[in-house]
Design a protein around this ligand. Structure first.
Ligand SMILES: NC(=O)c1ccc[n+]([C@@H]2O[C@H](COP(=O)([O-])OP(=O)(O)OC[C@H]3O[C@@H](n4cnc5c(N)ncnc54)[C@H](O)[C@@H]3O)[C@@H](O)[C@H]2O)c1
Ligand SMILES: O=CCCC(=O)O
Length: 524
């Protein structure tokens, strides 16, 4: 049994694939996180402001991708009745919460924000342990995550309606905004904290209650947030967290529920399409932040050093595991050699390792499946004629204590039919492509079904406007590789989804507009 458990925990196809009862002895090594406040590391789900086990008593293990150590166990709640009960709790809470004043919601969000900042070190440690990103990146995610609470705390009080001129004599038209209802929230592992706050902050500010399905790979950040939300004073049932490895089952119940009025999902386009179909039966309001295939274009007139810095930040952030990572780096003929050489020199300086260790700049991938996709993309491109400029192998040896490490890799002159140009690699591999003209590169950049982010470097102001307007994406980075902030409308076009998160537009996704036409008020 011991060797079976070890094998399951170290499986390269799933990092957290065992459903085990608490009574079993875990054979894998336990992680020691050394948190200042150990009560932030939870082993229960969160329902109605209580920490609960699953009805079956089953739990599943969650391991650290850097070294396969067991971080802890959380309840396996993947059954219909259990999920329905959580939804009912959120529905009951909604009846009261919807009538709370925007000011009281503002104050609670501000307290929640402060508590997040007070616990920065611990929350960053938890992100690194479950996701693998280096501690400085985890702190960055944590600050980004908390900034959504700060932003929507303020937006709660700026939730204005309109007065609308009437075409009918004696009528006055006004609009009010009302919370949509109970929201189902489903988030991915690549930003275990920020993808949750980006959804719950506007939902709470608008007066909605939430049923959150945290990712099976990274449930602890979301659970730690619930501890702080409870301390901030959110009433029972307003925020609830389900933990399960059976995401399709939990997703089905959430999507089919007549009580849930909206689903907010961040994840892959494939799963987004499944959820859209499942939600069709109840015609729910949907926010979908899905996959990307970001072009990153370097024109001849660009500042090449700035473009290299931007490419590093954009392509290799979180070891390439972000939806807005550059996936196709197009470089114009005249600067191709200089850019590629400088990119290789810069990437050689990375230090790959356990993200908890001092000086590590890039951590492991989330699991073996993710690594296998990078390997496939590299092999496919090289087989089709691309040049391997750097890396191209798994990293093994005592300094890499799990099977999830891959060399930062650069491949050049990637041909148009390579798989890595058609779909997200979601890993530390930069695919560089040579192009000749602006017209050609715009055709290539837009030749994809998705459109989340796009980037380009140019110092020609006319080209800046032309290209920014021509890229078929929701977000453009011009002369920068980093765009993410709570204040911008984050979201995509085409099969990258719909809805916008963050910014002054972010609350609209959690509200319905009601017009009130008042008659008998005069003759004009
Ligand atoms: N647009 C954005 O803002 C954004 C942000 C982060 C990640 N992403 C995308 O997410 C993908 C990577 O994340 P991932 O691999 O976790 O994506 P994923 O779609 O496999 O999973 C996302 C979440 O959905 C859950 N899930 C999986 N199958 C489900 C189902 N049938 N029903 C209900 N829930 C289900 C998972 O457990 C996870 O919590 C990439 O494509 C990336 O581009 C997009
Ligand atoms: O992975 C997608 C989200 C990344 C971000 O918000 O910057």
């Amino acid at each position: 049994m011991a060797s079976l458990l070890t094998r399951l925990a170290q499986s390269s196809t799933s990092r957290s694939s065992s459903i085990l009862s608490l009574s079993r002895t875990m054979s894998t090594q336990r992680a020691t996180l050394n948190l200042k406040n150990p009560s932030l590391l939870k082993s229960k789900a969160f329902v109605n402001n209580e920490w609960v086990s699953s009805k079956s008593g089953k739990v599943f293990q969650v391991t650290n991708p850097a070294n396969n150590e067991v971080i802890g166990e959380v309840p396996e709640m993947g059954n219909e009745e259990e999920v329905e009960e959580v939804i009912a709790v959120a529905k009951k809470a909604f009846e009261t919460w919807r009538h709370s004043t925007p000011k009281s919601r503002q104050d609670l969000l501000a307290k929640f924000h402060k508590l997040m900042l007070d616990n920065t070190d611990d929350l960053a440690t938890i992100i690194t342990a479950e996701n693998g990103k280096p501690l400085p990146d985890a702190r960055g995610e944590h600050l980004y995550s908390s900034s959504f609470l700060e932003w929507f705390s303020a937006e709660a009080m700026r939730n204005y309606g309109d007065t609308i001129p009437s075409t009918i004599p004696g009528l006055r038209n006004v609009t009010i905004k009302q919370p949509v209802g109970v929201v189902g929230v489903i988030t991915p592992w690549n930003f275990p904290s920020a993808m949750i706050t980006r959804k719950i902050a506007p939902a709470l500010a608008a007066g909605c209650t939430c049923v959150i399905k945290v990712p099976e790979e990274t449930p602890f950040s979301g659970l730690a947030l619930m501890e702080l939300a409870q301390q901030a004073g959110f009433p029972p049932g307003v925020l609830n967290v389900i933990t399960s490895q059976d995401s399709p089952k939990v997703g089905q119940v959430i999507c089919a529920s007549k009580t849930i009025k909206k689903v907010s999902f961040t994840g892959s386009t494939g799963v987004g399409k499944i959820l859209a179909k499942q939600c069709a039966g109840t015609l729910k309001k949907l926010s979908f932040e899905l996959g990307g295939n970001a072009p990153f274009i370097v024109f001849d007139d660009a500042d090449i050093d700035a473009a290299v810095t931007g490419a590093i930040a954009c392509k290799f952030r979180s070891s390439g595991q972000t939806c807005v990572c550059a996936n196709r780096i197009y470089v114009q003929d005249g600067v191709y050699d200089e850019f590629s050489k400088k990119l290789v020199e810069a990437v050689k300086k990375f230090k790959v390792g356990n993200g908890a260790d001092e000086g590590v700049t890039h951590g492991p991938l989330i699991h073996g499946r993710a690594l296998a996709k990078v390997e496939d993309h590299v092999k496919d491109a090289v087989d089709k004629g691309a040049n391997l400029l750097l890396g191209g192998s798994r990293l093994t040896g005592p300094e890499y204590p799990s099977e999830n490490y891959y060399e930062p890799t650069i491949i050049g002159d990637v041909p148009e039919d390579a798989a890595c140009l058609q779909e997200e690699t979601f890993g530390p591999m930069a695919a560089v492509v040579r192009f000749k003209s602006e017209e050609e590169v715009l055709r290539l950049a837009n030749d994809t079904d998705v459109g989340l982010a796009g980037y380009f470097f140019s110092r020609d102001v006319g080209r800046v406007w032309r290209v920014a307007e021509a890229l078929e994406v929701g977000m453009v980075g011009c002369n920068t590789g980093l765009i993410s902030q709570a204040s911008i409308p984050f979201g995509g076009v085409k099969e990258s989804g719909y809805g916008r998160e963050g910014s002054k537009y972010g609350m609209a996704d959690y509200e319905v507009i009601k017009v009130i036409c008042m008659g008998g008020l005069g003759t004009n």
